[in-house]
Design a protein. Structure first.
Length: 116
């Protein structure tokens, strides 16, 4: 059974930092493109960052230069380092595992709130 479990969310002040983790079980993150998505109230889910099996990264324009995605295949875990947080980063953040011709997997989400 595949599980993606996010952690590390919480409350941060504007300009602050948080580090999200996504621990995978039942699949090997080394053969999946791993991504972070977010969904704010009343908005559609959007891609925040992704990292391919080869280590290539892609970021939404809104987070470029502030967020960094990384992976530790030995720990089967993916991270999202979020710096210089803004109130508009407030959302539920979801971990995603994608592999061509296979189904996608999603975590349950972790709330990130940026507020003073």
């Amino acid at each position: 059974q595949v599980q993606l479990v996010e952690s590390g969310g919480g409350l941060a002040q504007p300009g602050g930092s948080l580090r999200l983790s996504c621990a995978a079980s039942g699949l090997s993150t080394s053969i999946y493109t791993m991504g972070w998505y977010r969904q704010a109230p009343g908005k559609q889910r959007e891609m925040v960052a992704s990292i391919t099996t080869g280590g290539g990264t892609n970021y939404a324009d809104s987070v470029k230069g502030r967020f960094t995605i990384s992976r530790d295949n030995a720990k089967n875990t993916v991270y999202l380092q979020m710096n210089s947080l803004k109130p508009e980063d407030t959302a539920v953040y979801y971990c995603n595992a994608h592999r061509y011709k296979f189904r996608d997997y999603w975590g349950q989400g972790t709330q990130v709130t940026v507020s003073s």
